[in-house]
Design a protein around this ligand. Structure first.
Ligand SMILES: CC(C)(COP(=O)(O)OP(=O)(O)OC[C@H]1O[C@@H](n2cnc3c(N)ncnc32)[C@H](O)[C@@H]1OP(=O)(O)O)[C@@H](O)C(=O)NCCC(=O)NCCS
Length: 175
């Protein structure tokens, strides 16, 4: 059992080291991609690793973002297999009667075996290009305080901490 586990681990390591930064392309999400995007999200947005992300993400969220703003829903596709390896989803927020338009970087996920290969960064860069095209002057993102990889990631993308937002929760089953 242990041996199988070890050989699986070394297989994954091998896959990781063989991957190169240019092995994927970023493009707009299509209807056919939705099941793969959902499957990736289910594996990485777990209640153990990303509790609030897990609670606020659901299939309705994915479908409505895709329906409202398909051009701000992106995927990274492995060139060799055509498999989806990551996704990024954004929205444009406009203030009525104001010139301010914001690009909101709402969701991002990269398949575990593809993480740290530049996929997330390429996805975000394309999203930001689209934000600018739509007139956004500021990009916004939020991240769970315990998501250290996520924090490093968004800081690498150039975001600066601007406000601490605290989530409270209340157990409604207890009096
Ligand atoms: C966060 C996430 C999307 C990053 O995607 P990725 O493809 O692995 O990121 P990249 O390879 O493009 O990394 C870009 C930079 O982010 C930082 N980074 C990414 N993953 C990191 C990690 N695990 N630990 C530390 N820094 C990390 C690095 O600075 C990296 O730049 P470098 O490689 O030049 O050092 C991915 O780890 C993921 O899916 N996490 C789970 C879901 C999640 O947290 N989503 C919300 C993010 S706001």
């Amino acid at each position: 059992m242990e041996r199988i586990e070890i050989s699986r681990k070394s297989e994954n390591m091998e896959k990781r080291t063989k991957r190169k930064k240019g092995d994927f392309e970023v493009r707009q999400m299509t209807l056919d991609d939705l099941p793969q995007v959902w499957r990736i999200s289910e594996r990485i947005f777990t209640p153990y690793s990303l509790q609030f992300t897990y609670r606020t993400w659901n299939i309705g969220e994915l479908l409505s973002r895709f329906q409202d703003n398909p051009e701000l829903c992106l995927v990274a596709e492995e060139k060799r297999t055509g498999m989806i390896v990551g996704f990024a989803i954004g929205a444009v927020l406009k203030r009525p009667y104001s010139p301010w338009t914001y690009g909101y970087f709402a969701w991002a996920g990269v398949k575990r075996t593809w993480q740290k290969h530049g996929v997330g960064e390429r996805l975000y860069k394309e999203l930001e290009r689209r934000f600018r095209e739509k007139g956004a002057r500021i990009a916004l993102v939020d991240v769970e305080s315990g998501n250290h990889a996520g924090i490093r990631f968004i800081e690498k993308l150039g975001f600066k901490k601007s406000q601490i937002f605290i989530w409270y929760s209340k157990n409604l089953e207890q009096q």
